[in-house]
Design a protein around this ligand. Structure first.
Ligand SMILES: *Cc1c(COP(=O)(O)O)cnc(C)c1O
Length: 454
């Protein structure tokens, strides 16, 4: 989102009364054109390096909004889901089953059955899950008799079935998001004693396994390290196929994890940068023998979203100016609990939504939640904020307002998509999600059972 378009959207959101003293105290905005451009750049990045079929499955957890999934679906993307809720959202958005991939680490029997019934792809996490899938599909496995390719019954679309492996390439700069450490909870750790041989044997024993999956994420990993994880999985696929004497592994799911630049408006690295690194580090990946799946989340939406919050009060305590706003832990959970790892850029606007000018003053931007650490930014240099001003938390289109945290029974804010024509044209807002109502807050807090404990 360029600063111009952002400023125009903020000004118009205030002018049109989406945010204000007598309106909502906090809303979120998504740049519709930016989301489309991001999806197009992802497609183009891979089209430039390969003719192989590529399914780009958006990681739903990054922005679980039906409207976002629908928009990305209209750009040809699919959905990577990791819970029954995320699957329901993908279906509500009209994403076809053949473009959905199920990845969660703890799938229940019911979830697996649903996935197999729908024919959506499943990446199993571990040996027990493979046993479960096999038992569910009859002793011979989902493909029919072992080793014999049986066409699926017309009523039973065949799920593509894969195994998630962990290349154990090491951690990035953010421990909680590093999925490829030696002890990460995800997938089969390939460097563990005898694990690699076990994987090869498992594929030979289960001819219905046709996909390998890895996701070396996320945020804080250099591209070369991500590519090293993909290379490990590619080499494993080659080893399995050589042992099988046929191309048993048909598709490679390389996950997501492209990091996002949270320090400026520049969208670096781009998808094309990553595709070029992959082309250099894993040339065979793109030679057409393997179909590919990607699962990008953050990099597709983060730069295209922001949170807007009113400054309810501006005060000074212990010599420190503090702006008390309506955006805190409920919309910026990671930033509030791990500010060192997830600093967020803040832009200051006046009460009319015009950029606030003036010398930087060190101040705290606080949220509305009732604990001391509820700060969007601590000791940040910004033009001094006043009561009634508006702050924008930038680059928050992934894992922020879409990953609501229900502390203090704060409502999920409304989300609007916007179309900003640039210049003096009118900005058009489209409601993507309503703000939660008090009735919904009461309902999700057991309002239907008030006497339960009497
Ligand atoms: C979270 C996740 C992704 C997306 O990661 P990003 O860093 O948002 O791109 C992809 N695949 C899996 C399995 C995930 O858990």
């Amino acid at each position: 989102m360029t600063p111009d378009r952002r400023d125009q959207a903020v000004r118009e959101a205030v002018a049109q009364g989406l945010l204000g003293a007598e309106a909502e105290p906090v809303i979120a905005l998504l740049d519709i054109a930016g989301l489309r451009a991001g999806a197009a750049s992802l497609r183009a990045a891979f089209e430039q390096v390969t003719d192989a079929p590529v399914l780009h499955a958006f990681a739903v957890k990054a922005a679980p909004l039906v409207g976002v999934l629908r928009l990305l679906g209209s750009e040809g993307l699919g959905a990577e889901v990791a819970s029954p809720g995320e699957l329901a959202l993908a279906q509500a958005a009209g994403i076809p089953a053949e473009r959905i991939v199920l990845d969660s680490p703890a799938k229940t029997p019911g979830e697996l059955r649903t996935a197999l019934d729908l024919g959506i792809a499943v990446n199993a996490d571990n040996a027990q899950e493979l046993d479960r899938i096999e038992a569910m599909s009859g002793a011979a496995g989902p493909g029919g008799a072992a080793g014999v390719a049986v066409p699926p019954a017309p009523h039973a679309p065949a799920s593509t079935l894969g195994l998630r492996v962990n290349a154990q390439i090491g951690a990035g700069t953010i421990g909680a998001l590093s999925t490829a450490t030696a002890t990460s909870k995800f997938g089969v750790g390939l460097r563990d004693e005898a694990a690699r041989d076990w994987v090869v044997r498992t594929f030979l024993d289960r001819p219905w396994l046709t996909r390998l999956h890895t996701h070396s994420g996320s945020q804080g990993l250099p591209l070369e390290l991500m590519a090293a994880g993909v290379r490990t999985v590619y080499q494993l696929a080659e080893e399995i196929n050589a042992a099988a004497g046929r191309q048993q592994v048909e598709t490679l799911d390389i996950g997501g994890g492209l990091p996002v630049n949270f320090t400026s408006d520049e969208e670096i690295p781009g998808f094309a940068d990553y595709a070029r690194v992959l082309e250099r580090e894993v040339p065979g990946l793109f030679d057409g023998r393997y179909g590919l799946v990607t699962e990008f989340g953050r990099a597709l939406t983060a730069k295209h979203g922001l949170v807007l919050a009113r400054v309810e009060y501006a005060k000074r305590t212990g010599g420190r100016p503090i702006a008390l706003t309506h955006a805190g832990a409920q919309v910026a959970t990671r930033t509030v609990y791990a500010p060192g790892e997830w600093p967020v850029r803040i832009a200051a606007y006046d009460a009319e939504g015009h950029p606030r000018m003036g010398p930087d003053v060190t101040q705290d931007i606080a949220g509305p939640a009732c604990f001391a650490g509820d700060l969007l930014a601590e000791a940040r240099g910004l033009p001094l904020l006043e009561q009634g001003d508006v702050v924008a938390a930038l680059d928050t289109g992934a894992y922020y307002f879409t990953s609501h945290y229900a502390y203090n029974s704060l409502v999920r804010p409304a989300v609007y998509g916007f179309l900003a024509p640039g210049g003096d044209g009118d900005v058009e807002f489209r409601l993507v999600r309503d703000a939660q109502t008090m009735a919904e807050i009461v309902a999700e807090s057991g309002g239907a059972h008030p006497d339960a404990l009497l």
